[in-house]
Design a binder for this molecule. Structure first.
Ligand SMILES: NC(=O)C1=CN([C@@H]2O[C@H](COP(=O)(O)OP(=O)(O)OC[C@H]3O[C@@H](n4cnc5c(N)ncnc54)[C@H](O)[C@@H]3O)[C@@H](O)[C@H]2O)C=CC1
Ligand SMILES: O=C([O-])CC(=O)C(=O)O
Length: 346
């Protein structure tokens, strides 16, 4: 839907009035949906705000940051699509930004520089996420939360503890966004398997950092060409190191923003479809889970009117993937515990 909305908007160009676009982009039965982007003036936030403005499922787009949002909101608001855009700046306005939200997307926080791990962002981002989730529990406790801020393996457990403390936790509504891992796995697989990237599907499970990212190429579709073990190992490693590849290429100017905004917009669109009752919406996400011994784990998840409808199992794994799963558990466990500890001691 997102892709076709972008294509339709671009095709129509400047000739259409907002009301014409509105009537073509969504039917009168499309529910009202308020979506907030927290960190909207940042590298991811700006592009994600643009993409959410193009999504006809959004009726109100609330852009919040500690600085710079009035400009971003004014800019995006001129695009002639359905949603009304509001910009909010500074903590005083956070409540207004969140009130009545159906979905809150969080790309607020510092990005990596070369030589850093995602866990090196913990000291700054843990506090940011904790503050934002405290406000969510107060102003929109029923919203779905899409956590982009790193380290996702810890920020999602932090959010869960904040919500538990405020008595608003519903595990079905909290998602760590791992869609960029899936986007990368699809792109890299299509290149090696020489298949049409638009048809490719690859589940990615585990977490969102280094070896905790486990693409399941044995389950990739279409399985058009047999890939050697050597190629599968290289594909796995490239997917796991995809973030670092971008951080190094940007050479100190941040991490993935454009591909992340695309991935974030895809995942948000899936959440909105689920809320609206579209059947069989399945995406990978880092959620509360009992498919392994860990309390949070990324896997395929069926989305519905209340968020997570079903956490799907891992399916059959190759020997190589089983080894990868065993290897990732200790690191993921310790990142989860670090987040839980932080939320409960500070
Ligand atoms: N889950 C994933 O796959 C990915 C996650 N990320 C993570 O996303 C985060 C953001 O990355 P970028 O957009 O590149 O960073 P950025 O520095 O360009 O933007 C971050 C924005 O957050 C804002 N911010 C800081 N504190 C805030 C607060 N308390 N409330 C609201 N906004 C606040 C900043 O003012 C800034 O505009 C980083 O933690 C990064 O590691 C990045 C790429 C992929
Ligand atoms: O690598 C980073 O720091 C940002 C990120 O999570 C990604 O690109 O996957």
């Amino acid at each position: 839907m997102l892709r076709s909305a972008i294509q339709q908007s671009l095709r129509r160009g400047t000739g259409s009035s907002a009301s014409q676009l509105n009537s073509r982009n969504f039917s009168s039965s499309t529910p009202h949906r308020k979506v907030a982007v927290l960190g909207a003036a940042g590298g991811i936030g700006q592009s994600l705000s643009l993409l959410m403005k193009l999504n006809p499922l959004v009726s109100q787009l609330s852009l919040y940051d500690i600085a710079g949002t009035p400009g971003v909101a004014a800019d995006v608001s001129h695009i002639n699509t359905r949603s009304q855009v509001m910009g909010y700046v500074g903590e005083d306005q956070l409540g207004k930004a969140l009130e009545g939200c159906d979905l809150v997307i969080i790309p607020a926080g510092v990005p990596r520089k070369p030589g850093m791990t995602r866990d090196d962002l913990f000291n700054i981002n843990a506090g940011i996420v904790k503050g934002l989730c405290t406000a969510i529990s107060k102003y929109c406790p029923n919203a779905l939360v899409n956590m982009i801020s790193n380290p996702v393996n810890s920020t999602v457990p932090i959010a869960s503890e904040v919500f538990k403390k405020s008595g608003t936790y519903d595990e079905r509504r909290l998602f760590g966004v791992t869609t960029l891992d899936v986007v990368r796995a699809k792109t890299f697989y299509a290149g090696k398997a020489n298949v049409n990237v638009a048809e490719v599907n690859v589940p990615v499970v585990g977490g969102h950092a280094g070896i905790t990212i486990l693409p399941l190429f044995s389950q990739a579709t279409p399985q058009a060409n047999i890939l050697s073990d050597e190629v599968l190992t290289a594909l796995t490693k490239r997917t796991q190191d995809g973030g670092t590849e971008v951080v190094e290429a940007k050479a100190g100017k941040g991490s993935a923003t454009l591909s992340m905004a695309y991935a974030g917009a895809l995942f948000a669109d899936a959440c909105l479809k689920g809320l609206n009752g579209v059947p069989d919406v399945v995406e990978c996400s880092f959620v509360q889970s009992n498919i392994t011994e860990l309390p949070f784990f990324a896997s395929k998840v069926r989305l519905g009117k209340n968020g997570v409808e079903e956490v799907l199992g891992l399916g059959a794994l190759s020997v190589y993937e089983k080894q990868g799963l065993e290897a990732l558990l200790p690191e993921l466990k310790s990142s989860i515990e670090k987040g839980i500890k932080f939320a409960n001691q500070s």
